[in-house]
Design a protein around this ligand. Structure first.
Ligand code: NDP
Length: 335
């Protein structure tokens, strides 16, 4: 196949917020698949807060994206040519194909998706990494029990919307913390949360006292910073704090702000445990089957925020996550 493959590469390591100059836009000939490989054309690109961490040259759970490399991203591609026994022309495949219009793959870490079961973008959200994060974070790390009180921050995002809905269908009381009245209205109106707190305008500590009068059994933290500190003051005995992410700290130039109220863990005999979803990779099929069932019977609503554009729109779209401009899973649909 002839043509141009437009790509987004990391030009320099960002300091603080990611800027347009941190990227280069490159063009290459469309690659040719070799023996046992397939060529895919990118249809949907996933935007994830973790991407900010991948740009820093620091030890983490994945190596940093190298300078000059195509930006790492999960995406859905359509197979255009294949010499791979498992992937045929026309298949839609999810994998880590990067921010580029075309990619060649040997199929490792790639999975064919069933567009009859769910929209392709949903395999990047509710049935993809964020859905797995919510499922294993809440049920395994959070060890959720029926009747408990669950509080989730970043509640109107990809992971948060799933956490709250899974907790509801497990018979828990769910309080979401999110930015702005519109997002709070989605949580309580559309997604069945029992209460929502707007951390931008409300006193979170006071609001938690009102909405979680018996204390928080599971606090699922996506944001860190002052919201985490406020939640720690309301823990119930033997509470579990699930350390999923800390987006409020990802663009910090100096030291990360840790929780000053951590002695609440001692007083409440609570635990705080971090996790990385990839550790559960072998169990994704189990979670995906259960989540697909809940989505299929309407007990879980899929919230997605699709932006239409080209790979050149990737940098600006990534910034939306840090300004809170998405509700649900943020995906760039290539037009
Ligand atoms: P979201 O869809 O939740 O998008 C990010 C949201 O974060 C924004 O919409 C915004 O919502 C909120 N936010 C941005 N800046 C701030 C801030 N300064 N303070 C408080 N909230 C802020 O993203 P995901 O659902 O994909 O990810 C949620 C979290 O889960 C992230 O921390 C991510 O790193 C983590 N994660 C961890 C994984 C793991 O394996 N541990 C795997 C996947 C995700 P609002 O308008 O409400 O502020």
């Amino acid at each position: 196949m002839t043509g141009v493959n437009r790509q987004i590469r990391l030009a320099r390591r960002p300091v603080g917020e990611v800027r347009p100059e941190d990227w280069t836009h490159t063009e290459e000939p469309v690659p040719v698949p070799g023996e046992g490989e397939f060529l895919g054309r990118t249809r949907y690109v996933s935007l994830d807060p973790a991407m900010r961490g991948w740009l820093d040259d620091r030890p983490s759970y994945l190596p940093p994206v190298g300078l000059g490399e195509v930006m790492r991203a999960g995406s859905v591609v359509e197979v255009l040519a294949s010499d791979h026994p498992e992937f045929r022309v026309g298949d839609l495949v999810v994998g880590a194909f990067g921010v580029q219009e075309y990619a060649v793959s040997d199929g490792k870490g790639a999975f064919r998706i069933d567009p009859a079961l769910a929209a392709p973008s949903t395999y990047l959200g509710a049935l993809g990494m964020p859905g797995m994060t919510a499922y294993f974070g809440l049920l395994e790390v959070g060890a959720l029990k029926e009747g408990e009180t669950v509080v989730v921050s970043g509640a109107a995002g990809a992971v948060g919307t799933m956490v709250g809905q899974i907790a509801r269908l497990k018979g828990c009381r769910v309080v979401g913390i999110a930015g702005g009245p519109e997002k709070c209205a989605v949580l309580t109106g559309e997604l069945g949360f029992d209460a929502a707190i707007d951390y931008r305008t409300e006193d979170v500590r006071k609001a938690l006292r009102a909405h979680a009068p018996d204390g928080i059994d599971v606090y699922f933290d996506n944001v860190g910073g002052p919201v985490l500190d406020a939640a720690l003051t309301r823990l119930a005995m033997h509470a579990r704090v699930v350390l999923c992410g800390a987006i409020s700290q990802y663009n910090t130039e100096g030291a990360v702000q840790g929780p000053s109220n951590y002695l609440a863990l001692l007083v409440r005999r609570a635990r705080m445990e971090g996790f990385v979803v990839f550790d559960y990779a072998r169990r994704y099929p189990e979670a995906a089957a259960e989540l697909a069932g809940w989505i299929g019977d309407g007990r879980i609503k899929v919230k997605e925020h699709l932006v239409e554009g080209t790979v050149a729109d990737f940098p600006a779209t990534l910034g939306m996550l840090f300004r809170g401009e998405n509700t649900g899973k943020l995906v760039l649909r290539l037009t």
